[in-house]
Design a protein around this ligand. Structure first.
Ligand SMILES: Nc1ncnc2c1ncn2[C@@H]1O[C@H](COP(=O)(O)OP(=O)(O)OP(=O)(O)O)[C@@H](O)[C@H]1O
Length: 261
């Protein structure tokens, strides 16, 4: 299946017979899948199934025990600037005093933060990223003064400031209320429309993301799989995946949502 990307664009992620071991234990194995460029992908599975581990493999932070991994057409490597990453609980772990625009600047200057002055071009790119996520109005405020939704926007600005082709977002909707969560989902849809960026999102609650998801990677019985979203949001698959009864409901308006029980 393709997601409308030009044929010369390599897939965002390819796993070929990949297994991963942590602390002497196989987290998952037999990973063979292709995530097409331009997809918006929900990464789902129960706690501890290895969703964050998949991101760490793609980022070159963790080696595969077996098999071959390809990210944006090349081998995974640390510090790949074509990937924008927002770790789980990222904003909570930040230094209190950092200003929003300085955090975004880190996405361009890496660990050289504070060592040299940013160039005018870098400052313009930071302003542009803040504007694209709707955070320009609080660019000079400290992260500790921002709400969870505002902090998440700034974190996404940092991930996109260097024009990443692949965004890896680990639970970007955690701790957000309904409105903020919907706004972040709308933002992801806009980012995808602006440029053919591929977005992979770890999520425990699929519902807020369903309007924008095109695909899913799901960790079932110790193996990662990929499919288009319509094939994954089924009662049988989700019930098996989470080990609890999940219902899939389609409203008269055509909206799809899942609920337990
Ligand atoms: N640094 C580590 N050293 C050893 N084992 C680890 C390490 N980090 C994670 N693990 C183990 O790897 C497995 C997968 O963890 P991972 O964080 O990828 O799961 P996850 O699906 O993202 O979970 P959650 O939904 O709870 O965030 C778990 O069994 C976890 O205990």
């Amino acid at each position: 299946m393709t997601t409308g990307s030009p044929s010369e664009t390599p897939p965002a992620l390819v796993l070929d017979g990949v297994s991963v071991v942590r602390g002497g234990r196989t987290v998952w194995d037999e990973g063979t899948l292709t995530v097409p460029a331009g997809a918006v992908v929900g990464v789902i599975g129960p706690n501890g199934a290895g969703k964050t581990t998949l991101f760490q493999l793609a980022l070159g932070l963790l080696p595969a025990a077996t098999g071959r991994i390809e990210v944006l057409g090349g081998a995974p490597r640390r510090g790949n600037r074509r990937i924008g990453y927002v770790p789980q609980n990222y904003t909570a772990a930040l230094g209190e005093a950092v200003r929003a625009r300085d955090l975004v600047m880190l996405g361009l200057t890496g660990n050289r933060f504070g060592v040299r002055r940013a160039t005018p071009d870098e400052r313009a790119r930071v302003d542009d990223a803040l504007r694209r996520v709707g955070a320009a109005g609080y660019a000079d405020r400290r992260m500790s003064e921002l709400s969870g939704g505002q902090q998440q926007r700034v974190a996404i600005a940092q991930a996109i400031v260097d024009d990443a082709d692949l965004l890896l977002l680990d639970e970007p909707l955690a701790n957000l209320d309904l409105r903020n969560s919907q706004e972040i989902v709308t933002l992801l849809g806009e980012l995808r429309r602006e440029r053919a960026v591929t977005i992979m999102v770890v999520a425990h609650d699929l519902n807020p993301l369903l309007p924008v998801l095109t695909d899913a990677v799901y960790l079932l019985d110790g193996h990662p799989h990929h499919d288009v979203i319509g094939e994954v949001v089924t009662e049988d698959l989700l019930t098996h995946l989470y080990g609890t009864r999940v219902r899939v409901v389609r409203t008269a308006q055509g909206d799809l949502f899942t609920r337990s029980g």
